[in-house]
Design a binder for this molecule. Sequence first.
Ligand code: SF4
Length: 227
Amino acid sequence: MEALNNIPIDFDTERILKMMRARSGAERFRKIVDELIEIAKPVARPKAIYGMCFIDSRDSDTVTIQGVKFTSHVMRINTEKIERVFPFIVTCGAELEKVSIPGDDALRVFCWDAVKTYAVYVASRYLSDYLKRRYALGEMSSMSPGSLSSWPIQQQKELFSIFGDVEKLIGVRLTEDFLMYPIKSVSGIYFSTDVKFESCQLCPRERCTGRRAPYDPELVKKYIPNG
Ligand code: SF4
């Protein structure tokens, strides 16, 4: 297990505007984002923690990773040809989450949310590149508890148990509802794949601004029998 507490972050206004789906010419957005970046820069400390863990055993719907049993048919299929996975948690950092931005108009709140989303995006990219370099990995995919009914959000508890005191290590805690604080945090497992997998391929939700891949009914048949 390794905690990465010094992830560099260089705020990119254009990227943030793109994530907000704001037209790059929207000067009003740009002005607010630039102003909020100046607030975020001195405090932002995105972080990550990961483990390199071996799979102990599997049955039809479970995978036991380093003594922790996960129930997920999709995970079972995704990991059937590999022996190790990389559980992870990445976060924008509690330092950024605690900042109260001046003013309370909805547009500023929306832009601040995007700045924090950018910070967790930077942490995710950093971790993924770091793992590829350190473990000489090729194509990698990830899945997260709660992104599919096949891996319910309650299994955050099992995932966090792999790391011990996550709050002490990188400042992320689980709420009673199995959500993470800071909210702008992402957890899951990375695994090697020949073909890129995205949970979105199995998710029929029509209006989702976070969609990363089109819904694929044929893939659903493979992963979720009778689904
Ligand atoms: S489409 Fe949206 S809700 Fe569905 S898995 Fe992807 S990001 Fe999550």
